[in-house]
Ligand binder design. Sequence first.
Ligand SMILES: Nc1ncnc2c1ncn2[C@@H]1O[C@H](COP(=O)(O)OP(=O)(O)O)[C@@H](O)[C@H]1O
Ligand SMILES: [Mg+2]
Length: 322
Amino acid sequence: MSNIVLQVEDLHTSFFTRAGEVKAVDGVSFFVREGETFGIVGESGCGKSVTGLSILRLLPEPSGQVTKGKIILEGKNLLELSKKTMRAYRGKMISMILQDPMTSLNPVYTIGDQISESVRLHQDLPENMVEGEVISALRLLRIPDPEVRTREYPFQLSGGMRQRVVGAIAMSCRPRLLIADEPTTALDATIQAQYLALFEDIQVKTNVAIIFITHDFGVISRICDRVGVMYAGKILETAPTRDIFKAPKHPYTAALISSVPQLDKKDEKLFSIEGQPPSLLHLPPGCRFQPRCTVAMDICKEQEPPEVKLDENHSVSCWRVK
Ligand SMILES: Nc1ncnc2c1ncn2[C@@H]1O[C@H](COP(=O)(O)OP(=O)(O)O)[C@@H](O)[C@H]1O
Ligand SMILES: [Mg+2]
């Protein structure tokens, strides 16, 4: 088994708003190994991005706060680091790719300037080696004609190419952990498939641990080794991707999977989950999925289900699973 790079233990993150405490992340635990991709999947608003921002310690302050838990990266609890040390960790140890490349790229600098700035900031290299690093970062993301691209500006590139440049910047510091938050959502299907293939490539070459955040179980099936299914601030089921597709144990997981379009079943009507996720200010009693669950029992409305470990890699929080 490879080393564990990141271990998140019982993470709680809240936003303190005028309307009250919004428990965006409400007791989340998971780990990611070297060379492994862990997916976090769930509907919009369930706390995926806030989980990523908590790890990076980039929550909007002062309203957003980690109130409990540990985030251990290679043996160090990130929550105990000074702001200065944390800044050094971001970029050197942890990188992030966000959904919209235009918010990550600066329109007035060339691609080469932006990647070399990141290289200089995060790697202690003599100046005459910086350009070589820039080119190899572009090559890692399979950007054609890297020598030409370095002189271009973001607006000269297609959306897919821009997102590759963002990936090149993220990887240019050789991080141990990469958090990709819906990096393909803004791309069309073909470009998305190419981009996902790149992640495998990057991982083979660098052994980076990846957290891949998405609302799309189809994406999970393509690139994640294991997955955590998140709902209203909690992970309801964690399992290897293969196992969860074969036999999902939580009714929410099953519903999400049956709403993924399948190539061989084109005409079938897609399943969609009735109702909306609950407000994080007013969670329902018992299981948080219970109001939308088609197989809920009395106990589901009364008590929160404990997490049950089905085997070493598969755990689920549902009263139907014993
Ligand atoms: N800046 C904020 N202030 C207050 N609440 C927030 C803020 N950002 C996020 N939230 C709350 O946290 C929840 C989770 O958000 P987020 O992690 O962005 O969801 P997603 O799973 O779509 O990435 C949202 O439903 C929202 O209620
Ligand atoms: Mg998000």
